[in-house]
Structures are given as structure tokens and as C-alpha cells.
Design a protein around this ligand. Structure first.
Ligand SMILES: C[S@@+](CC[C@H](N)C(=O)[O-])C[C@H]1O[C@@H](n2cnc3c(N)ncnc32)[C@H](O)[C@@H]1O
Length: 323
């Protein structure tokens, strides 16, 4: 296996390497939770490496490669545990369509299909609310324009949310003894109402600093991501699409336990690792692109030095009084 660089800390290990090749070296059933954003098919090519999963012609070629990661992920995941992937569907335009139509490539559904084909069970889908007004401002999408609404509403569409797709590896009779329940004895009932919402938005997503509900923080991506600027490469920064920290944090606190080993095969600048360490988990990450890997290491060192943030379940009465 080709590892171009590596950094091993007390509670994290980061590798500048291909995620599939690296995963093949991990033991069976050794990872407690996997959370990441994969490259969104061929939307952006991160590097000219043929191992870059974004460096493909179309969805079929993307899924042919990504399938290997999904397969390895099942093998290395502890029975009874989950994987959470952050994705969105992809609009296409008349100019790029063979049929001369426009519409959406159902990327989130294709991810579910490949996970199910590789042996995962579809556990749930969370919709992450995104502001259609901001989207219209950024993309000028025909389906979101007021003039489209006036001229021919049959072309109107709704804004594009993001999704957190959750899949589960079920235990078998032979592996049942490896199941490790995620129990939270101090769990405040009030949180359930927020966590169980199928839509996470600025109103419902909570912040682990007690009492800061995140209210009004609608554009979660703009306000709660790691500082990408340190990654130097301007073009690459524009397209990185860092995983929102608050979404990652909620997923981690829901579906992993303290000291669990969390893996991100596509760690970028280290967002999932940052949140894992701050939540008292251990972290393993792989990233192919050298400049992102370097930034991830800086971020992981910083998170490790800062140590664990406050336990969100430690004082449920404080949560109740500030909720
Ligand atoms: C959507 S970005 C992930 C961003 C990350 N969640 C963050 O917050 O920084 C996808 C990442 O996958 C990386 N990548 C693509 N193919 C890869 C491969 N075969 N092995 C490891 N990383 C890969 C890209 O370089 C890119 O950084």
C-alpha cells in the first residue's frame, strides 16, 4: 500500500493515502462508526490522480469505484453499528443532457442502492435544510427564479437540501457477541424531539455548548465549518464542500460512544476528525490530496490539544433550563 505521509497522535491517525487500499489493511469489525462526505460523483475533480474518485466521466464510473469503499466499510464496521454519509442530489442542465432535458441526478438514492447491494441496511435519511434564496443567488437556477414562476410554473422546483444517509451493518448469529450498545443513561427527553426530526435545520440542530441552540443559524454550512483557507489552494478550496461541524457532531453523539473509533475515508481538511476528537472519540482518516491532508493534520493536532468539549449529556438539568 502506498502511504505518502502519515501522522499518528495519541487519539488519531491520519494518512495521505487512497481510502480503498488503506481500508483493505484494517481488521474486520474494527471501526465503530464511519462518517464522511464522499466526492459528489464527477462534480469536481480534486486531483489528476486516477485514484481520485471525483476523477470520472459519469455516475456509473463513480459508483464502480465507490462500491469498493462501501464493501470494505462493511467488512471493517463493528456488527450492529452504522455509517453516515453526507450527500446531495445533483442538478443537470439542458446543455449537458443527451435527451435535451434538465432535472436531477438522484445521487442520494444511488448511494443507497450501492450500500444495499453491498449488504448494508437502509436505516434512515435526514434532510438538512438549505435556504433556496441563497441557492438562487449563487446559482441563478431557472427553476428557482420568480420570472419562471410567472411565465411557466411547470419549471419551478424547490431548493436543493443536503442529506445525511444512514446505513446499518446488522449482526449475525456468529457476530452477535461483538455488538456494543450505545447507551446514554443521562439522555434528556427534550433532546429526543429535536434529534428525531427528519429535517435538521438552524432551529432544530443543537450546539454542544449548552444553551446555544443555534437559532437563526440557518446557513449552517457558512457558519459552522472548519477554516478552509489554511488549505492554500484557492481553486481546491472553492470545491472542497467541508462537512458541516454541527451535523457531524450530532451524528457522532447519536451513533457513537466515548472512546469509539471513528473513520473518515475522505477526510478532506479533517472536519469529521475535529469533531470526533472534541467529542472524546478516537479518529482514523485518509485523504488522497496532499494539501488537504496537510491542513487536516494541523486541524487534528489542534483538536487533540484542545481536548474533549463539554459532555452534552452530563448535566441534563442545565440543558432543560436553557432549551
Ligand atoms: C467532499 S470532500 C470531503 C471533505 C471533508 N468532509 C471535509 O470536511 O474537509 C471529498 C474528499 O475525498 C478525497 N478523495 C477522493 N478520492 C479519494 C480516495 N480514493 N482516497 C482518499 N480520499 C479521496 C478528495 O480529495 C476530497 O478531499
Amino acid at each position: 500500500m502506498e502511504v505518502l505521509n502519515q501522522e499518528i497522535g495519541e487519539r488519531f491517525a491520519a494518512y495521505n493515502a487512497d481510502c480503498v487500499e488503506f481500508s483493505q489493511s484494517l481488521p474486520d469489525n474494527s471501526i465503530d462508526f464511519t462518517v464522511y462526505s464522499p466526492p459528489f460523483s464527477n462534480i469536481y475533480t480534486y486531483s489528476d490522480s486516477e485514484r481520485d474518485m471525483g476523477n470520472v466521466e459519469d455516475d456509473a464510473a463513480f459508483f464502480e469505484n465507490y462500491r469498493y469503499m462501501v464493501r470494505e466499510k462493511l467488512r471493517i464496521t463493528r456488527p450492529g453499528r452504522l455509517t453516515a454519509i453526507h450527500v446531495k442530489d445533483i442538478p443537470y442542465h439542458q446543455g449537458s443532457s443527451e435527451r435535451g432535458d434538465s432535472g436531477l441526478r438522484p445521487f442520494s438514492d444511488l448511494c443507497t442502492q450501492v450500500h444495499r447491494e453491498e449488504g448494508w441496511s437502509f436505516h434512515c435519511r435526514i434532510t438538512i435544510w438549505r435556504d433556496p434564496v441563497l441557492e438562487r443567488g449563487k446559482t441563478n437556477a431557472h427553476g428557482l427564479l420568480r420570472k419562471t414562476r410567472r411565465a411557466d410554473a411547470s419549471f419551478c422546483r424547490v431548493g436543493m437540501p443536503e442529506y445525511l444517509m444512514i446505513y446499518r451493518k446488522w449482526a449475525t448469529e456468529e457476530t452477535a457477541h461483538m455488538v456494543k450498545p450505545i447507551s446514554n443513561p443521562n439522555y434528556p427527553t427534550e433532546l429526543w424531539q429535536q434529534e428525531a426530526s427528519p429535517v435538521w435545520d438552524g432551529e432544530t440542530i443543537w450546539n454542544y455548548r449548552l444553551g446555544q441552540s443555534g437559532k437563526g443559524d440557518y446557513d449552517l454550512r457558512a457558519t459552522e465549518v472548519l477554516n478552509v483557507k489554511a488549505a492554500k489552494d484557492e481553486e481546491a478550496i472553492k470545491h472542497l464542500c467541508p462537512m458541516p461541524l454541527n451535523v457531524t457532531r450530532r451524528a457522532l453523539t447519536l451513533w457513537s460512544a466515548p472512546d469509539d473509533v471513528v473513520f473518515s475515508p475522505f477526510m478532506g481538511i479533517g472536519s469529521e476528525g475535529w469533531e470526533s476528537l472534541r467529542a472524546g472519540r478516537r479518529f482514523i482518516g485518509t485523504e488522497l490530496k496532499g494539501s488537504y491532508y496537510d491542513t487536516a493534520v494541523v486541524n487534528l493536532r489542534e483538536a487533540a490539544a484542545a481536548g474533549e468539549g463539554p459532555d452534552i449529556f452530563a448535566d441534563s438539568s442545565a440543558m432543560e433550563s436553557t432549551a
